[in-house]
Design a protein around this ligand. Structure first.
Ligand code: PRP
Ligand code: HPA
Ligand code: MG
Length: 183
């Protein structure tokens, strides 16, 4: 799919497929260095992080394990409800493990902040975060994030895993959604 298949739903491409892939290679190299000789568990946050997780895991040279959590705070709108629900928990016990949470986007930060306190109560050996996107102007909580792909403006974006009402996740790039789509 490309931007021409999208009609007028998108106003622009914010991050191209090539820029995403190059950034993921960079982050993977950082992670390889950081966890050298350690067992690492990647925790992907469904559903948005599927694309980042799939590409990041394949760009790593170190062997890793992968697990998934599904949480939802957005429902079908463009604003976080602030109420996070676990839809699917991890299959594995993370006590004593090195855990890296993989996210597509940190927007208000409410989802991740909730998730990090939930996961840290399970006693991991370490708990860090990699995210492809972050919206600094939208932050409602301060979170220490070790790997950030791109800081982006405070606009609703879709593509590469990110949805609006479950659509656009399969775009290979990040685009800005036209206001008429959700107005
Ligand atoms: O920083 P926040 O304001 O909390 O927003 C970020 C979260 O929102 C999105 O998930 P969503 O709840 O839409 O679920 P999805 O991944 O299934 O689309 C996104 O994937 C992050 O997990
Ligand atoms: O900008 C966004 N787009 C799609 N999903 C999201 N979840 C949080 N922020 C966003
Ligand atoms: Mg969503």
């Amino acid at each position: 799919m490309d931007v021409n298949d999208m009609g007028t739903d998108l106003t622009k491409v914010l991050v191209t497929q090539e820029e995403i892939q190059a950034k993921i290679e960079e982050i993977a190299a950082e992670i390889d260095r950081e966890y050298e000789g350690k067992d690492l568990l990647l925790v992907g946050v469904l559903k948005g992080a599927v694309m980042v997780m799939a590409d990041l895991a394949r760009a790593l040279h170190s062997p890793v394990k992968m697990d998934w959590m599904a949480v939802s705070s957005y429902g079908s709108g463009t604003q976080s409800s602030g109420v996070v629900r676990i839809l699917k928990d991890l299959d594995t016990d993370i006590a004593g493990k090195h855990v890296l949470v993989v996210e597509d986007i940190i927007d208000s930060g409410l989802t991740l902040s909730w998730l990090l306190s939930n996961l840290s109560s399970r006693g991991p050996a370490s708990l860090r975060v990699a995210t492809l996107l972050r919206k600094p102007e939208a932050a409602k909580v301060d979170i220490d994030v070790q790997h950030v792909g791109f800081d982006i403006p405070n606009e609703f974006v879709v593509g590469y895993g990110l949805d609006y009402a479950e659509r656009y996740r399969n775009l290979p790039f990040i685009g800005t959604l036209a206001e008429h789509v959700y107005a």
